[in-house]
Design a protein around this ligand. Structure first.
Ligand code: SAM
Length: 298
């Protein structure tokens, strides 16, 4: 596995911390994949006592998980404390007066790292992670997920694949050799890490989403507001010059159709069980489901 893809974790935390306030204004893809992940979760019959929303962000999915599993203890975890604050605020607003009812379970908000979960072994029934694990080393994060999941616990996640923002990556490649765009592990690496961790019956598939923008600047601004700007360990330090930026935007013109600039996202969907064989839950959503054992390297 290529260690060069590992992001600068402190920068990830800082970047998302700064993004917390306006994140919801631009989190279009995150909403779409979060809803899809929740749909897929509804195909599985489980009654979790403890649910972890890992990389909870501003907490949109946390509210849905609370409605779906009202008896469960929810754990909301994020590496960026400012995101936890937003999640807490949103949850309180969603609850309204219900929060004064006796026996009303409140989520626990935990600042923590997916690669080093501050949770006990075999303690969680469901881990839900929407677009958070792509910022982690898959070997450490899946080892931790397997450790804290109960044997019949379930992890459901989305992550990003290497084709994500390929237009932007190509456009920058015409300027210099620095990695200007985040790089992500592919489905094979993710699958291997899941298998190595001891998770069982991992199932992975990918889907493509194309977001469109009026300009390259609008795309760059969205990435910044989302907290998803370049966090590569080998990124170029210092400011990028105006001329380099112009060269990049000119190269991006190549992808522009009818005045619209596309940005591709390759989304990896995955789930697996903690450590005990379960009958796979079949989806009816038309997606291709590939058991990891059948994934071949190109
Ligand atoms: C793209 S946002 C997704 C947030 C949320 N799950 C959603 O669906 O809107 C990614 C989140 O993962 C968090 N994150 C990134 N790396 C993390 C890590 N190593 N451990 C825990 N959280 C992490 C970020 O701070 C951010 O809040």
């Amino acid at each position: 596995m290529n260690n060069d893809l590992l992001p600068d974790k402190q920068l990830v935390a800082r970047s998302f911390g700064r993004a917390a306030e306006y994140y919801d204004d631009v989190a279009v893809l995150q909403r779409q994949t979060g809803d899809e992940l929740l749909d897929r979760l509804s195909l599985v019959t489980i009654q979790p006592e403890c649910v972890l929303d890992l990389g909870v962000g501003t907490g949109r999915n946390l509210v849905s998980l609370a409605h779906r599993y009202p008896k469960a203890q929810l754990l909301a975890m994020d590496i960026a404390p400012a995101m936890l604050q937003q999640a807490k605020q949103r949850y309180r607003q969603s609850e309204g007066l219900k929060r004064w009812l006796p026996n009303n379970k409140k989520p626990q908000y935990i600042a923590g790292d997916a690669e080093n979960l501050p949770l006990a072994d075999n303690s969680v029934d469901l881990i839900f992670a929407n677009l958070a694990l792509q910022w982690c080393d898959p070997r450490s994060s899946f080892a931790e997920i397997q450790r804290v999941l109960k044997p019949d616990g379930l992890v459901m996640f989305t992550s990003l694949g290497p084709d994500t923002l390929h237009e932007l990556r190509q456009a920058w490649a015409s300027v210099d050799d620095y990695p200007h765009v985040n790089m992500f592990y592919d489905m094979h690496d993710i699958g291997e890490s899941m298998m190595e961790s001891g998770l069982v019956e991992p199932v992975l598939d990918t889907d493509r989403y194309i977001l469109t923008y009026d300009s390259v600047m609008a795309l760059m601004t969205d990435l910044k507001v989302l907290g998803a700007s370049n966090v590569n360990t080998h990124r170029r330090r210092g400011l990028t010059g105006k001329r380099a930026f112009e060269k990049m935007t000119n190269a991006y013109e190549h992808y522009c159709t009818d005045g619209v600039f596309p940005a591709t996202y390759e989304v990896v969907y995955g789930h697996a069980w903690g450590g005990k064989t379960k009958v796979q839950q079949a989806g009816n959503d038309g997606s291709i489901r590939i058991p990891v054992s059948q994934i071949q390297r190109r």
